[in-house]
Ligand binder design. Structure first.
Ligand code: ACO
Length: 285
């Protein structure tokens, strides 16, 4: 994604981490014109991501980033565009309090790090940039992808997670978040709290207020673009290394969680766990 201004001046590092303060890198006072350029980049990325996901409104913008406690990882290619650099994409994460269903269907309260938005420029997709950005975030957070929750992942993203991190199948949820089997296995009791059932199932509100819901209310837009009634629903059970074939940008169909199968092993929680290593080996091959 090209801009009329110098991307390298705004973002000195290949991956920059932006938060509420918006400023990349050391929290020094930045010239107002540069601040404005950073805001333009974030707004542009947010719009492009929403378009790619067929969302009614952007869920990422400079003003939203300033008002929410999220972190945005921005990847650039500093050499392109005559040395001025181009923006390759971004990944936005944040903690959310969620009510989830474990494999036994019991309600569990957790506050995992969630992937909220993820976008690589159209002409740069499927070149490994998404993986580079995602791996950077995992290293930065010292986290394994199975311990994260995914806010309504698109078919491309589900395929990405299955291919690179062997994340499949997911544990069925009543809300828009997707979690995988190891999520419940690899957490200490302190991080997961069983929620007592006081009301009949039908009355339980299983999820917290989500960014996407807020956007929907803000924009008073049409309901989420669920797939037309006759569209085939995604199974969500893609095999590791077998990606889904999505030719064009996906319609934002709610992910259909696959039925839980055999429980995952109790894995090391570091990014270099055997599972990820296996995926990496497959990737390299
Ligand atoms: N169709 C199917 N799978 C795809 C596609 C596609 N068009 N594009 C990427 N993938 C998946 C595949 O598993 C692919 O492996 P393959 O080429 O062997 O089939 C793998 O991703 C490629 O890995 P990377 O090159 O590292 O991924 P990329 O740089 O393309 O980034 C991303 C992945 C972010 C999903 C990108 O494709 C994208 O921006 N898509 C459009 C926006 C989107 O759907 N974002 C996710 C929103 S959901 C959320 O944020 C919670």
């Amino acid at each position: 994604m090209e801009f009329s201004f110098d991307i390298n001046q705004l973002f000195p590092e290949r991956v920059s981490i932006l938060d509420q303060t918006i400023v990349a890198g050391p929290k020094s006072a930045l010239r107002p014109d540069l601040q404005a350029h950073i805001a333009t980049v974030i707004d542009e990325l947010g719009r492009a991501s929403a378009k790619a996901q067929q969302l009614p409104a952007a869920i990422t913008s400079a003003s939203k980033l300033q008002s929410q406690r999220h972190q945005l990882y921005l990847l650039k290619d500093g050499e392109s565009n005559g040395g001025r650099g181009v923006v390759v994409g971004f990944l936005k994460v944040g903690y959310k309090k969620l009510f989830l269903l474990d494999r036994q269907g019991e309600h569990v309260e957790a506050e995992p790090l969630c992937v909220l938005d993820f976008y690589i420029a159209e002409n740069m997709q499927r070149h490994g940039y998404g993986l580079e950005l995602f791996d950077f975030m995992l290293q930065h957070k010292n986290l394994e992808p199975v311990l994260m929750a995914y806010d309504r992942p698109s078919p491309k993203f589900l395929s990405f997670l299955a291919k690179h991190y062997c994340l499949t199948p997911s544990v069925p949820q009543a809300n828009n978040f997707v979690v995988y089997e190891g999520f419940f296995l690899n957490r200490s009791a302190a991080q997961l709290r069983k929620v007592p059932l006081k009301k009949p199932d039908g009355e339980i509100k299983p999820y917290s207020l989500m960014t996407r819901e807020v956007v929907r209310q803000e924009e008073r837009a049409r309901p989420w673009p669920f797939a037309p009634p006759h569209s085939p629903q995604r199974s969500g059970s893609s095999q590791c290394s077998h990606s889904l074939s999505v030719e064009s940008s996906p319609s934002r169909t709610p992910p259909q969680a696959a039925p839980a199968s055999s429980p995952g092993s109790n894995r090391d929680q570091r990014p270099q766990s055997p599972l990820i290593e296996r995926c990496r080996i497959r990737r390299t091959r």
